[in-house]
Every structure is written in structure tokens, then in C-alpha cells.
Design a protein. Structure first.
Ligand SMILES: *Cc1c(COP(=O)(O)O)cnc(C)c1O
Length: 391
């Protein structure tokens, strides 16, 4: 038999199956919302990042349709060549206004925003300090940049200080990178402390506001606003695809930073501009976030109510500490998590099992939305009560 250089793929998949780490897709057959049709079953949706229920909002849909009618389906090129439209500029202005920064720049996804920004800001002679639980896009951005990367223990300010004291002087520039809301745990970074240390050690700070934008802060600006750090010298990255209900990413910061990124961020320069539909939908979403604070009020009410119900009815459930709409129930093994996910689905609840290597420990991850009704939260708690495995 001739050599087959691809046989290892099947062996590798078999290993993934044996560990119960195998992943596959599930088809959603309806518009996004609190209740959706999933593989032929109606389920209450606790798996969505659409925190404010905007992805299915008629105003976003109409904005996308109108932009498509006027400007076409695709943007036809990169922003620096044929891809730039007035809509992109309007969206960037709107994001800068929400974030209270001088300027903003939109990317084709949050993932690309992190890759391009980190790679533009630091290189071989520089150092990155990265929280151990950071999102994949921050970690891969750090690798892509070629900088020296040191991970500090999750949200451990003392460890961050220790690592800086040990390594900082051997490098030129230094960048601290962290999620504000940690995507797979739901807790928040200690931003004021991180900013103070950054000043002591002359470091730049990049925060990933993917799960915080539209959710945290009095005006929905995110974790930076939540901590009263608006206007401080930092780099904010985020996504248009979570609370903003569309697709794309952004960076917000000083005019100089944005000007620099337009010239140096490879994942902005060498990729096609956001489509008219995505851009217009995101623009409509920023407006709604600013004009309808009641959506955020309802979201926090839902989160508090669910937490109270859990405390009352499920005192033994291992809930990870959270200060966001992301709530995780820890389980002993990947197999237990998969089984719990299946049981929930059979009972009409869509809440995915999150397993290694995405996270160090297996869990069921719940995202609360503003559009959940009390009955949805009660049903979740009742179903969990009836299950024995997560306790
Ligand atoms: C979802 C997410 C991203 C990626 O954003 P996309 O727009 O989906 O590519 C980046 N960082 C964090 C923390 C996220 O949760």
C-alpha cells in the first residue's frame, strides 16, 4: 500500500471521541430568540450570546435588508481598496460614542480584531502578560505577534505583579491582555487594579469586551464603564455579534491608535470589509442600546432572579462565581457534562456542555437574555431540580 499521509486524522478523531471531547453542530431552524426550534424540537434557549434579543429584532433585520438593497450583498474589497462605505464610518462613530473614545475601527469579526490589534502593537522584542482564562482570540493573537508571552493565574493580581517584576525589564514594550467578562466563566477582571499596575510597569492594556458591551455599565458601554474607567488610556476590543446581534468586531481607543491600526493591523488591511447588511444591523443595534436602557434593566433582573431561584431550590449545585449573564454549573467529567446537556435538551432546555480543551473543567453554560420570561427561568430551575447528575 502506498503511504497515506492523512491516516492520522481518523486516529486523532478516534482519540477525541474516546475522551468525550468530540464536537458537532446542531441546526437551529428558527429566528434567534428566547424560544427556538432546534433540530425539530422547541427549546428554551440558554445558549445564545444575543443578550438583549437584538439578533431577531425587526429593526436590525430591516436595516440589513435596506442596506443590502441599496449597497448590494458584498462589500467587494478591503476597506483601503474598494470596500469602504459611509455606513462603516457611521458605525465607527457610533461605537466611539458608545465607548466614549476618540475613535473606533470595525473588523470582520471580534476574533480578527484581536489577532490584528495584538500583532500590530507588539513584536519579538516585546512582552505580553495574558490571563490564563483569556479567550482563544487573545491567546492566538499573542502567539501571532511573536512577542514573549507570560500567562498569569486567572484574575490573580499578585501573580501579575510578580511576573511583571520578574520579566518586564528584559523587554521593550509590554501589553497586558484580558477579557473583561470571561467568556466561559462569567466573572469579571479586576480592571482598576490592572490599570494601576500597568501604570507602575509602563504597560499598555488591551481589554476584550465581547461579553460586556451592551450588557455592563450604565449606558451599556461595557466593563470599562462598569468600573468607572472610561477615558483611561487603554485599548478596547469587542464584537458586533453578541449583544449587538450582528456580525463583526471593533477596536475603540485614541485617534492615534486607530490611525496606527489602519496602517498596521494585517487582519484589517488584508481582508474584505464588513458587508453592508452586517454593518447596518450593528449600527441599528448601537442606537437601540443607547435609547433602550430598559433592555439592560430587564437583563439584570433576569440574572438576579435566576440566581435567587438557584440559591433557593438548588443549594447543592456548583455554580461558578459570576457577575454577568453567564452562569456555569460545574460537573466532574466531560461525560457528565454531555449527559446533563442531553437531559436538559430532552426536557426542552438548550444549554450546552462546555468541555476541555475550551475550559479546564467541564460545565453546563447558561446565558441569560433580556427576552427570557420568568416562566423560562422557572422551567430551567425545575428541570435542574429533577436531574440528579449536576448535584
Ligand atoms: C466571542 C468572542 C470573541 C470573538 O468574537 P467574534 O466576533 O465572534 O469573532 C472574542 N473574544 C471573546 C472574549 C469572545 O467571547
Amino acid at each position: 500500500m502506498p503511504n497515506n499521509p492523512y491516516t492520522w486524522l481518523e486516529q486523532s478523531l478516534a482519540t477525541i471521541h474516546r475522551a468525550d471531547w468530540y464536537r458537532s453542530v446542531q441546526t437551529m431552524q428558527s429566528r434567534p430568540g428566547a424560544v427556538v426550534q432546534l433540530e425539530g424540537c422547541q427549546v428554551i434557549n440558554f445558549a445564545s450570546n444575543d443578550y438583549l434579543g437584538l439578533a431577531g429584532d425587526e429593526r436590525l433585520i430591516q436595516a440589513a435588508v435596506a442596506a443590502t438593497q441599496e449597497f448590494g450583498a458584498g462589500s467587494t474589497g478591503s476597506r483601503l481598496l474598494s470596500g469602504h462605505r459611509e455606513l462603516h464610518k457611521e458605525l465607527e462613530k457610533a461605537i466611539a460614542s458608545l465607548k466614549q473614545t476618540e475613535e473606533a475601527l470595525v473588523f470582520s469579526s471580534g476574533y480578527l480584531a484581536n489577532l490584528g490589534t495584538i500583532a500590530a502593537l507588539v513584536g519579538k522584542r516585546d512582552l505580553i502578560l495574558s490571563d490564563q482564562y483569556n479567550h482563544s482570540s487573545l491567546k492566538n493573537g499573542a502567539i501571532l505577534s511573536g512577542a514573549g508571552v507570560v500567562e498569569y493565574a486567572h484574575s490573580d493580581i499578585e501573580d501579575l505583579k510578580r511576573q511583571l517584576a520578574k520579566h518586564r525589564t528584559q523587554y521593550r514594550r509590554c501589553l497586558i491582555i484580558t477579557d473583561t467578562v470571561f467568556s466561559m466563566d462569567g466573572d469579571i477582571c479586576q480592571l482598576p487594579e490592572i490599570l494601576a499596575i500597568a501604570q507602575d510597569f509602563n504597560c499598555m492594556v488591551l481589554v476584550d469586551e465581547a461579553h460586556a458591551t451592551g450588557v455592563l455599565g450604565a449606558t451599556g458601554a461595557g466593563g470599562v464603564e462598569h468600573f468607572g474607567c472610561t477615558g483611561q488610556p487603554l485599548i478596547q476590543v469587542g464584537t458586533l455579534s453578541k449583544a449587538l446581534g450582528s456580525l463583526g468586531g471593533y477596536v475603540a481607543g485614541s485617534a492615534t491608535l486607530i490611525d496606527f491600526l489602519r496602517n498596521r493591523a494585517p487582519s484589517w488591511i488584508y481582508t474584505t470589509a464588513l458587508s453592508p447588511a452586517d454593518t447596518a444591523a450593528a449600527l441599528a443595534a448601537v442606537g437601540i442600546i443607547q435609547q433602550e436602557p430598559e433592555r439592560r434593566t430587564k437583563l439584570s433582573w433576569n440574572v438576579e432572579t435566576l440566581q435567587q431561584l438557584i440559591q433557593e431550590k438548588l443549594p447543592l449545585l456548583k455554580v461558578l462565581p459570576s457577575e454577568s449573564p453567564i452562569l456555569c454549573f460545574q460537573l466532574a467529567t466531560a461525560t457528565d457534562a454531555l449527559m446533563a446537556g442531553k437531559q436538559l435538551k430532552a426536557a426542552g432546555i438548550f444549554a450546552p456542555a462546555i468541555r476541555p480543551p475550551t475550559v479546564p473543567t467541564s460545565r453546563i453554560r447558561i446565558s441569560v437574555m433580556a427576552t427570557h420570561e420568568l416562566a423560562h427561568l422557572q422551567k430551567l430551575v425545575n428541570v435542574l431540580e429533577g436531574m440528579n447528575s449536576p448535584q
